[in-house]
Design a protein around this ligand. Structure first.
Ligand SMILES: Nc1ncnc2c1ncn2[C@@H]1O[C@H](COP(=O)(O)OP(=O)(O)OP(=O)(O)O)[C@@H](O)[C@H]1O
Ligand SMILES: [Mg+2]
Length: 308
């Protein structure tokens, strides 16, 4: 071969062999990548399996009945992990039927405050009271039946629109579901879906827009009809015109309910009884819209910044 030099046949054979050798090497590296992804997935699955179940409340106190809806956060200190405290001395008393709004920068701790109400996490110190009873002494499931929450990121099940809304209250009739959807201004877009309320939603509602998913979640909270309502950026992905339409529905929904609202668009919370400006986990300013504008402080600047 060496003495003969490299003829065309030899070159072809060489390239052929080189390619045959290269292919499995490439395949090994791509298999390795999927193996890595599978391992990362397995790790998460095991983390979920290993999660300790929420501890039962021993000898829970009876739920105050009927619920008035007074919610008191008393000197609440909280951190998701002990090394990093997120909330500092949050002290708020929300009277029955009041609407309280939280505003503030991204990461200030607004969602964290409302995540404490359904008792998702233990506090570092302080207490949260519902009608003067500590929520940590109530039965967790009973407590959660009194709250409906529209979270910042929405989740839908692979089932029909009807069942997804009914999830708010499993005993609701079809008519109640439709009435709730109408109140939440979701009815008109649902009727335009291929099979209306019987349309199957797949993949966390991937066949809907973000705003439509939020509308379904608001309808879900409407059908639940609980004394306490929590909305975290519930209308952030909804266009301004639809927002005005559902704002009316939400306002009706909030009547006689204690409600907690987080909104970046301040126009939607102007009418709240109390507005709480959160800054780095602390209450920086507190009062009604008019009261907060007067001193021309942080709320004033935030508000004017949005309406320049
Ligand atoms: N599950 C979590 N585990 C650990 N830290 C968290 C968790 N969720 C939020 N945090 C931290 O808590 C702080 C407050 O977050 P939070 O979600 O309450 O902010 P936010 O005011 O709701 O912000 P945004 O306006 O962006 O929704 C942030 O510093 C965040 O990194
Ligand atoms: Mg948030």
């Amino acid at each position: 071969m060496i003495t003969r030099g490299f003829d065309l046949g030899g070159l072809t054979a060489f390239l052929q062999y080189a390619r045959q050798f290269g292919r499995p090497v490439n395949e090994i590296s791509s298999q390795y990548n999927s193996l890595q992804a599978a391992l990362a997935g397995a790790e998460r699955i095991f983390a979920v399996i290993d999660t300790a179940p929420e501890s039962e409340t021993i000898d829970p106190l009876p739920m105050p009945a009927p619920i008035q809806g007074q919610v008191t956060l008393s000197h609440v200190n909280f951190g998701y992990v002990p090394e990093k405290q997120v909330l500092f001395d949050i002290d708020i008393d929300v009277k029955p039927g009041q609407k309280i709004a939280f505003v503030g920068e991204t990461g200030a701790g607004k969602s964290t405050i409302i995540n404490l109400l359904p008792r998702f996490y233990p506090l570092l110190s302080g207490d949260i009271l519902l009608d003067k009873t500590s929520i940590f002494k109530l039965d967790r499931n009973e407590l959660r039946k009194k709250l409906s929450i529209v979270f910042q990121d929405t989740h839908l099940f692979t089932d029909t629109v009807m069942e997804n809304i009914r999830y708010g209250r499993l005993t609701a009739t079809d008519d109640e579901v439709i009435a709730a959807a109408k109140l939440a201004a979701a009815d008109s877009f649902i009727m335009q879906l291929p099979q209306g309320y019987k349309t199957e939603l797949t993949n966390d509602g991937a066949n809907l827009s973000q705003g439509q998913r939020q509308l379904i979640n608001i309808a879900r909270a409407t059908v639940a009809n609980t004394p306490i309502l929590i909305l975290d950026e519930a209308t952030s992905s909804i266009d301004t015109r639809t927002e005005i339409a559902i704002q009316e529905g939400i306002d009706r929904l909030m009547q006689d309910k204690t409600s907690f609202v987080i909104a970046h668009r301040l126009s939607t919370i102007r009418n709240a009884d109390v507005i709480c400006l959160i800054e780095k986990g602390r209450i920086a300013e507190f009062g009604s819209h008019v009261e907060l504008l007067k001193p021309k402080g942080k709320y004033y600047r935030l508000y004017m910044g949005q309406f320049d």
